[in-house]
Design a protein around this ligand. Structure first.
Ligand code: NDP
Length: 247
């Protein structure tokens, strides 16, 4: 255990399950106090808090829909109140809807924009006033920002390309304040959203040079690096953690 984040405080959106839960565990293992949001998986959120606490860490679960700007602001405020500061924001919450162009419901289009794009922006807007020098903003995008092999995923890809652009722009804006802003672009990762035995799994594996899905902890490793002091010169990057999916 390196404890490279001892004394730091983090907020992870969408931390109750999947990649977000792995990020919560990893940041806590590195010594950070970690708040995380969720919408409905209360049992899993409570179990994760208990797990981190039992391991000697500090975790806080906050119910907050990333599509609701006031809920996002409240989650940031609670993090600062209860954990004492905010040094690291990880935008992980995301939703995906797959459908052909002609049948794509505008309701789902709006929901994906609200969670995957506007939710990232509002979380950064709320967090930025609290971030000091050494502050970190890390957004979980997707390799689908750059490579889109599955029909019906155009809108999802749109949202992930959008946050990569947002991170580059905000890296420019927040760099002078000593805050880095980066995007991690995972390839297929085994979660409820993308089970490695799901309908797309075999064709996905065929496109992966490594031949298998990532585990959520693989993505959390990249987050831990970007959150730590060694990554102070990395900003504006879109980092593919994708098993070679994009090559
Ligand atoms: P999961 O669906 O497995 O988990 C999503 C998490 O986000 C859950 O904790 C969920 O909590 C929470 N969440 C969902 N919607 C909201 C919301 N509106 N507000 C707050 N929290 C929310 O997804 P993954 O772990 O697979 O994905 C995490 C991120 O990684 C997403 O941004 C996704 O796009 C991205 N990604 C995933 C890949 C994959 O192959 N799995 C590949 C590339 C990128 P609750 O259940 O309580 O709603």
């Amino acid at each position: 255990m390196t404890q490279q984040l001892a004394g730091k405080s983090a907020l992870v959106t969408g931390g109750s399950r999947g990649i977000g839960a792995a990020i919560v565990r990893r940041l806590a293992r590195e010594g950070a106090r970690v708040a995380f949001t969720y919408t409905s998986a209360k049992d899993q959120a409570d179990a994760l808090v208990a797990e981190v606490t039992a391991a000697g860490g500090r975790a806080l679960a906050v119910q907050a829909d990333s599509a609701d700007p006031q809920a996002v602001q409240d989650a940031v405020d609670r993090t600062v109140e209860e954990l004492g500061a905010l040094d690291i924001l990880v935008n992980n919450a995301g939703v995906a809807h797959v459908a052909p162009l002609e049948e794509f419901p505008l309701k789902e289009f709006d929901r994906m924009i609200a969670v995957n794009v506007r939710g990232v922006f509002t979380a950064i807007q709320a967090a930025a006033p609290h971030l000091g020098r050494g502050g970190r903003i890390i957004t979980i995008g997707s390799i689908n920002a750059d490579r889109v092999p599955v029909p019906g995923t155009g809108v999802y890809s749109l949202t992930k390309a959008a946050v990569a652009g947002l991170s580059r722009g905000l890296a420019r804006e927040l760099g002078p304040r000593g805050i880095t802003v980066n995007t991690i672009q995972p390839g297929p990762t085994e979660t409820d959203m993308n089970p490695d035995s799901g309908p797309f799994a075999e064709s996905m594996k065929a496109m992966l040079p490594v031949g298998h899905y990532a585990q959520p902890a693989d993505i959390a490793s990249a987050v831990a690096y970007l959150a730590g002091p060694e990554a102070r010169f990395v900003t504006g990057a879109s980092w593919d953690v994708d098993g070679g999916f994009a090559v």
